[in-house]
Design a protein around this ligand. Sequence first.
Ligand code: IMP
Ligand code: MG
Length: 177
Amino acid sequence: MNNDRKIKVLIDEKRIRDKVKELGKEITEDYNGKTPVLIAVLKGSFIFVADICRQIKVPVVFDFMAVSSYGNSRVSSGIVRITKDLDFSIENRDVLIIEDIIDSGRTLNYMIKNLEARNPRSIEVCALLDKDVPRKKKNKIKYKGFDIPDKFVIGYGLDVGERYRNLPFVGYIKDEQ
Ligand code: IMP
Ligand code: MG
């Protein structure tokens, strides 16, 4: 399938599975008695949200937002654009943003600012991966999966040029870095 380039595993399936369970448990405890709105950021978060939602044992509703900060390049353009907005109002709701990866943090900061303006009751962030890059602003990631080195990673929803999203692990392409 993906054998035309050498792919190295950074986080294998089992580690992802265990972490997703652990985060789901924490979220379940914290949202006891509430019905949070899980806002998944497309496309990268589609696998993570599908897995983690099944580990959350309180009622949840879903909405999706698509933002683009990279275009087709690997380097963030710095300009964040909403390409698909939410379907529902989040006024007075407990919002939990589900993100695949935080790199520069620009996308997340933009999302939080944008969503805060819609008057939710609360906003928290659950991110599977947090890249070790220097950032001006500290991100508020309440539920974090893994800290990873500053590498371009693929798999488990993450792509390069729309490929590799279906890899069951998080990896990177060898020889490139
Ligand atoms: P940020 O705005 O720089 O934090 O970038 C966030 C978005 O860029 C993520 O939600 C991903 O969609 C994408 N992204 C950042 N780093 C990577 C990576 O290493 N692999 C694939 N996509 C990435
Ligand atoms: Mg993303």
